[in-house]
Design a protein around this ligand. Structure first.
Ligand code: FAD
Length: 450
């Protein structure tokens, strides 16, 4: 019966979700193929989380090298070479891409390095013209950066191109207020570019707790990043020297070297042939799925960013795993719990959060308690760096259960991963208080809230 099709599973897109789903399905005994139109590994590995984090590390040396002097070090002749870092990052990305390909190969997954489209029931056509059939189709095509449209907007880049710039721009304008905008603003600023953010509203990082957003804004401004709020783009024209003249609505015109759009990511559902088989899409073009990632067409599933549930790598991976286990193993079909997902913004300094913000908790629970710790990390004190951390814990006043933790400060993402276990497990503030501090650390603030 299974041989009626060329494959048991055909996955479109070898990113975080697609690779996990393909590999695990194959391990469960399925005959699997995956198509990838760009590079195996997908956004996270090739032009997202991984290279971005490498740039964040590289950028942070700017502060570390400065602070080192207060710790007795003399550093002479320091300089930064963008091309060297860029190429080093790309070499490591090549290595990782190779490893992802190897993993698929080792599991017997057939990889087609070309675009795929659904052309009929159970039928996929590859860019080369090859037609294959599969019992199940998994769409794991991710998302792509949204581009603003206005005269001259074609001169702007997105995060896709930011990793490949020929030279470090002297002046960078970033459109958007989300995590990618703030992360790249921090990166370029630390490298020495003059950075400004243009945002159509007056809010950064929607979804994060307000006091942390305010703190990041304050610190970012102190570090030299400029913000143009309630401002939109009118046009971009190229100057004779190759730089860009940006006409804004809401603020003065600016001349910059690079304009980068970081204005959200849209699900990759165009040209996939979904209409050929009647797969239902939502308002943003996302594939609508049920809790098991199944679409309205029973043999087609979708995981990851293309479903626009929570656009994060660990979520796409979990969805891919749950799909593979549910469809190709003996376990009872299960879905992914999308509640209480911890996340981070790798800004300078980073933000990390899990659970409800203070505003959400007030709306949903009403009777809450908020504990805050506003402190200067010891390292910053010694370095003479006037940068304060802010930790916030929110509890349900009736039950003492911790319903949210929010942090901005050095290493907050690293610290949050452990704290998120406690919040996800439903522990109380008394449980945190009963835990002895590790001293001296930043993280000890979490068990010392008064
Ligand atoms: P993707 O990883 O995007 O994979 C989809 C793949 O499908 C792509 O390789 C694409 O080329 C391919 N494809 C598309 N259409 C076709 C087709 N028709 N045929 C064949 N192949 C096709 N997440 C985090 O958790 N932490 C972070 O720090 C983080 N940082 C980020 C930074 C940036 C700059 C960006 C852009 C994203 C970041 N993300 C981060 C988000 C993360 O990268 C995504 O959530 C994750 O990659 C989604 O995985 P996916 O499998 O859904 O899609």
């Amino acid at each position: 019966m299974a041989d009626q099709y060329d494959f048991d599973l055909f996955t479109i897109g070898a990113g975080s979700g697609g690779v996990r789903a393909s590999r695990v399905s194959a391990a469960h005994g399925a005959r699997v193929a995956v198509a990838e139109e760009y590079r195996v590994g997908g956004t996270c590995v090739i032009r997202g989380c991984v290279p971005k984090k490498m740039l964040v590390y590289g950028a942070h040396f700017a502060e570390d090298l400065e602070d080192a002097q207060q710790f007795g070090w003399t550093i002479e002749g320091k300089s930064f070479d963008w091309v060297k870092l860029r190429d080093h990052v790309q070499t490591d990305i090549d290595r990782l891409e190779g490893l992802y390909g190897e993993t698929l190969g080792n599991h017997g997954v057939e990889v087609f390095r070309e675009r795929a489209e659904i052309t009929g029931p159970h039928e996929i056509t590859l860019a080369s013209g090859k037609v294959v059939t599969a019992k199940y189709i998994l769409v794991a095509t991710g998302a792509q950066p949204q581009r603003l449209e206005f005269p001259g907007s074609e001169h702007a880049i997105t995060s896709n191109e930011a990793f490949h710039l020929d030279a470090l721009p002297k002046r960078v304008m970033i459109a958007g207020g989300g995590y990618i905008a703030n992360e790249f603003a921090g990166i370029f600023n630390e490298f020495g570019s003059k950075v400004c953010i243009v945002n159509r509203s007056d809010q950064l990082l929607r979804g994060y707790d307000e006091s942390l957003r305010d703190r990041l804004l304050q610190i970012s401004m102190m570090k030299g990043i400029n913000f143009h709020f309630n401002t939109t783009f009118k046009s971009i024209t190229k100057n004779d020297d190759g730089s860009l003249h940006v006409e804004l609505d809401g603020d003065d015109d600016q001349d910059v070297d690079v304009v980068m759009f970081a204005t959200g990511r849209s699900p990759n559902t165009g040209g996939l042939g979904l209409e050929n088989v009647g797969v239902e899409l939502g308002d943003k073009g996302e594939i609508k799925v049920d809790e098991f990632s199944q679409t309205n067409v029973d043999y087609i599933y979708a995981v990851g960013d293309v479903t626009d549930r929570v656009q994060l790598t660990p979520v796409a991976i979990r969805e891919g795993q749950a799909f593979a286990d549910s469809v190709f193993s003996d376990v009872e079909p299960y879905g992914v719990d999308h509640s209480c997902i911890a996340s981070a913004v790798f800004s300078h300094p980073p933000i990390a959060a899990v659970g409800m913000t203070e505003g959400e908790a007030r709306n949903k629970i009403g009777n809450i308690k908020v504990y805050t710790s506003d402190f200067r990390a010891m390292k910053n004190v010694v370095a003479g760096r006037n940068e304060r951390s802010l930790y916030k814990m929110i509890t349900n006043a009736a039950t003492d259960q911790v319903v949210g933790i929010h942090m901005i400060g050095p290493e907050s993402a690293e610290i949050m991963q452990a704290a998120a276990v406690a919040v996800k497990a439903g522990l109380t503030k008394a449980d945190f208080d009963a835990t002895t501090a590790i001293h001296p650390t930043l993280a000890e603030e979490l068990v010392l809230f008064k």
